[in-house]
Write a protein that binds this ligand. Structure first.
Ligand code: FE2
Ligand code: FE2
Length: 351
């Protein structure tokens, strides 16, 4: 009985906090503040958490050309996170390090990413995977990830605990085999999967093996442990036509339903986007390569979007972000390379 009282009271506090934060978001939007730069994630991670910071870099889409501008832009993002006044405990790379999934591009990415001065964890994007179904990617990057030695050959999804938070990395860009019947080569398969509206793959997901693993992994966690998931594509149906979603997102969210606080951080959309579905708050990352336009989708929850990137400024609308996790909330600070409308706010750590 005592336990259930504690649980009820903590859920009440969470709801109150959500209400206040939602209101302040709407007021700030009305005042014309560019909330794309600072997203307060509307939830309270709980008293178990020791404050810390992590950073996210995503979607570099490196080409095989020597000294391509996307190489420099990835390095710019690495400089941003290396120069943070408070060092992140780790940096997540959110997928799509390569444009065409070839070994030279994956290797170039590994070399550039080695300049990150914090520990790095990484998940794949669809541009990294389909030439050889992840063999090259796992060979190069799998060893960066927790549990890499424990599940031989399957190193792209993982979990670890850090300062009171349970982190999970997923590979959610898996589709059913459409290539064998069509006798496609690996390069043809990758070319198809790199299309924004490819007709054959359908919406990708994490599929049966990872669903079973995730169920087992989450079963060990108590309901008051904050759960943070990293995936390449959003875990909610944002705009499935462009692959902005996960086919088994609803099953994943059902597994998360018993937890008080769950957060999802994703790449792939190349824009700042915030949403909340059930108990899962979700934040999307700017890319380091190019900004996608916003699809014409209304979101149910009060939303914060960056203003359109300035087409006259080629560094606009791209960058990295960091998140400060404290018992009072998660603060996500987007760091655009350039922003013609709102200056980059160099915030200190507000624990
Ligand atoms: Fe991407
Ligand atoms: Fe992607």
């Amino acid at each position: 009985m005592a336990d259930s009282n504690i649980e009820n009271s903590s859920k009440r506090e969470f709801l109150q906090f959500s209400g206040k934060a939602g209101l302040s978001t709407m007021v700030a939007t009305a005042a014309g503040v560019n909330l794309g730069l600072v997203d307060l994630v509307h939830a309270q991670p709980g008293k178990k958490v020791t404050p810390f910071r992590f950073a996210v870099i995503s979607d570099s889409h490196l080409y095989s050309f020597k000294d391509h501008k996307f190489d420099t832009q990835l390095m710019d993002a690495i400089e941003q996170v290396n120069n943070l006044p408070v060092k992140p405990d780790f940096v997540l790379y959110g997928g799509d390090i390569a444009q065409d999934g070839t070994m030279d591009q994956l290797e170039k990415g590994k070399k550039i990413l080695s300049n990150i001065k914090s520990k790095m964890v990484i998940i794949p994007g669809e541009h990294d995977w389909y030439v050889d179904m992840g063999t090259g990617w796992n060979g190069l990057y799998g060893a960066n990830n927790p549990e890499s030695g424990q599940r031989k050959g399957r190193k792209e999804y993982w979990s670890f605990d850090h300062k009171g938070v349970h982190f999970v990395g997923l590979n959610n860009i898996l589709v059913d085999d459409f290539w064998t019947a069509q006798k496609m080569t690996g390069v043809e398969r990758q070319t198809h999967m790199s299309m924004l509206e490819g007709p054959w793959g359908g919406l990708w997901g994490i599929h049966a093996e990872q669903l079973a693993w995730l169920k087992k992994d989450l079963a060990k966690q108590s309901t008051d442990t904050p759960i943070v998931l990293f995936s390449h594509a959003p875990l909610w149906d944002y705009y499935p036509r462009w692959g902005f979603g996960t086919s088994d997102g609803a099953e994943i969210r059902a597994m998360l339903a018993r937890f008080e606080n769950t957060f999802s951080f994703h790449g792939h959309v190349h824009q700042t986007i915030y949403n909340k579905i059930g108990n899962m708050s979700s934040v999307g990352a700017m890319s380091t390569s190019w900004p996608w336009p916003y699809p014409d989708v209304e979101l149910a929850f009060p939303q914060s979007r960056q203003y359109r990137a300035d087409p006259g400024n080629e560094a606009d609308g791209m960058g990295s972000y960091y998140a400060d996790i404290t018992p009072a909330g998660i603060n996500v600070q987007h760091q655009p390379f350039a922003d013609s409308l709102t200056p980059w706010m160099k915030n200190g750590f507000k624990a």
